[in-house]
Ligand binder design. Structure first.
Ligand code: ACO
Length: 427
């Protein structure tokens, strides 16, 4: 028997059978609940989309209560252990793990697209010396739309594929140029002999040596961090990517908007906020006072809590292990002890326990990035590089989904009723 929801409208006394499919009712089915033939029908009110599925997706599965994260069905723990970022990006974008031949072709296609047009470099040179790298990153991604006008052919599969190669391949180069620009060092061109993460480290940190030598521990740590950040279903920036893309704009313009969403301190800016918070706390003996302040409503414990995870974020667990490996190479980040103490106290404090607030992916990632030599302003950029795979996959899924239209929520208008214009002297 088909599942339905029976609704009795007390305003009219009428009863409705609303179909339930895949655990959801269609919000548009509520339109039939009218008080008279004229009104537009019932709408749902869901600020911040707390309980609204905006799409069907086959990309990422999260069970927030159980702390499960899977890309295309593969558990994040297995991918972090065995995969590389490029292989995971392929999985996320194309739906299956690549064969050896597919991976070789994909890796070659990405490697051949890592260079930036020289005019992009000139454009980036125009930014102020102290420009935030994330501002530079999102502006440059947006500017790509003017360099690749063929990207407007969004329903041409070959064109989409080309933009996918360009985006996945060029975001590390933009990120590295933005970083080098911010510290006044010359840009380093990509080195095709190196891995995706290795080349990124080369473009960031190479000085006068002829060949950059990649530290394999840091290279692997970066791969793992990239894998963990590659997608996270319908989060704020991904919803922005889908929402902007639903107007059928080119993917570069849509991704500039997604990157802007990621820039915010409640999203990709959180690990930057974590480090600032740890530095502000300053020493272990200040931790209890800080926790007390947060509990009184003065500020938040950054890197804690998540809209979806109501248990330990599975990515945070993996990051904690990666941190130990990185610190063996770089030396321990002195802020680590404060972070561990915050976590220890928070995990047994009634305030955090009752609200199911656990460390999220950002709690430890900033400590690793800082130990690897990244300034905090680079943190959201480091998030945007791998999330590019997720954004593109979600964008393409949205484009090809016959259920989707231009995204356009409704509102509950609460403003003034109709009134006549008053000339300035009479106001
Ligand atoms: N510190 C202290 N209290 C918190 C925190 C926190 N980090 N997060 C939530 N709370 C409290 C809220 O004050 C609220 O308490 P109340 O019920 O007494 O009012 C309760 O927990 C529920 O919080 P909401 O804000 O309703 O939760 P929401 O799902 O809207 O927010 C968010 C999720 C934005 C991640 C939030 O937990 C937060 O601000 N965390 C800190 C920022 C952060 O780490 N962001 C990174 C998220 S992961 C990512 O984007 C990659």
């Amino acid at each position: 028997m088909a599942e339905t929801l029976t609704i009795t409208d007390n305003r009219t006394g009428k009863t409705y059978e609303i179909p339930i499919k895949d655990g959801a009712i269609r919000a548009t089915d509520l339109r039939q609940l009218k008080t008279d033939g004229e009104d537009a029908g019932l709408v749902t009110y869901d600020p911040a989309f707390m309980n609204t599925a905006s799409c069907r997706s086959r990309i990422t599965f999260i069970d927030g209560d159980k702390g499960i994260l899977e890309y295309r069905g593969y558990p994040i723990e297995q991918l972090a252990q065995h995969s590389t970022y490029l292989e995971t990006a392929y999985l996320i974008i194309f739906g299956e793990l690549p064969t050896a031949a597919q991976l070789a072709t994909w890796t070659r296609d990405i490697t051949l697209h890592t260079m930036l047009h020289e005019n992009i470099k000139k454009l980036m040179e125009g930014f102020q010396y102290d420009a935030h790298p994330m501002g530079v990153f999102l502006s440059t991604v947006g500017a790509f739309s003017t360099f690749y006008p063929d990207a407007k052919k969004i329903f041409d599969e070959q064109s989409r594929k080309k933009q996918i190669h360009r985006l996945v391949a060029k975001v590390p180069t933009i990120a590295a140029y933005a970083f080098r620009h911010s510290i006044g060092r010359p840009y380093v061109y990509p080195d095709n002999d190196l891995s995706f993460a290795g080349n990124f480290l080369n473009m960031l940190f190479k000085m006068t040596e002829l060949k950059y030598h990649v530290n394999p521990v840091l290279e692997r740590a970066l791969e793992v961090l990239f894998i963990l950040h590659a997608d996270h279903e319908q989060n704020c920036s991904t919803s922005a990517m889908r929402g902007i893309g639903s107007s059928h704009v080119d993917p570069y313009s849509a991704m500039a908007g997604a990157a802007a969403a990621l820039y915010g301190p409640l999203h990709g800016g959180a690990n930057e906020a974590v480090l600032r918070m740890l530095a502000e706390i300053g020493s272990l003996d200040q931790v209890p006072a800080f926790i007390k302040r947060v509990k009184s409503g003065d500020g938040r414990l950054m890197g804690f809590g998540h809209r979806v995870y109501k248990s330990y974020d599975p990515r945070a667990k993996i990051i904690k292990q990666t941190a130990d490996q990185v610190f063996e190479v770089t030396g321990k980040n002195p802020l680590l002890d404060i972070a561990l103490e915050l976590e220890r106290i928070a995990l047994q404090d009634e305030y955090f326990v009752s609200r199911k607030l656990y460390p999220n992916v950002d709690f430890y990632s900033g400590l690793i990035y800082q130990a690897m030599g990244f300034p905090v302003t680079m943190f959201p950029v480091l998030f945007a590089i791998p999330r590019t795979a997720g954004w593109i996959a979600q964008w393409e899924e949205m484009l090809l989904d016959p259920d989707q239209k231009i995204a356009r929520p409704r509102q509950l208008y609460q403003g003034a009723g109709r009134r006549d214009y008053i000339p300035i002297p009479k106001r």
